[in-house]
Ligand binder design. Structure first.
Ligand SMILES: [Zn+2]
Length: 105
């Protein structure tokens, strides 16, 4: 289901929680691709979102600010998008802060 296997466990746990929300909102969400204007979370939850400056290679504004994992579903897979910014990029994909903001339990 996930395109990357190198995502830290807390990030996957957060994504699983979001997927439960998506399942509850739309059982067919996996078949809907979400490239374009909104990430999967925005499409399914209708929370509304916009990519930063049209940048759909990094986490969107809404997911970032909410501490969510941002990603796009394509062909039954979810591509998780890293946060924007040098601080996140400097961490690298093995660090939680590369993928999402927020407090960690
Ligand atoms: Zn998003």
């Amino acid at each position: 289901m996930f395109t990357t296997s190198l995502v830290p466990v807390p990030v996957l746990a957060r994504l699983r929680t979001q997927i439960q929300d998506w399942d509850a909102a739309d059982s067919n969400w996996e078949s809907r691709n979400s490239r374009g204007r909104k990430c999967t979370d925005a499409r399914i939850t209708h929370r509304g979102s916009a990519w930063y400056d049209g940048d759909d290679k990094h986490a969107c504004k809404t997911c970032t600010e909410a501490g969510h994992v941002c990603g796009v579903a394509r062909g039954g897979r979810i591509e998780i998008l890293p946060l924007r910014g040098e601080a996140a990029q400097a961490l690298g994909s093995l660090e939680v802060g590369y993928w999402m903001l927020g407090t960690l339990a």
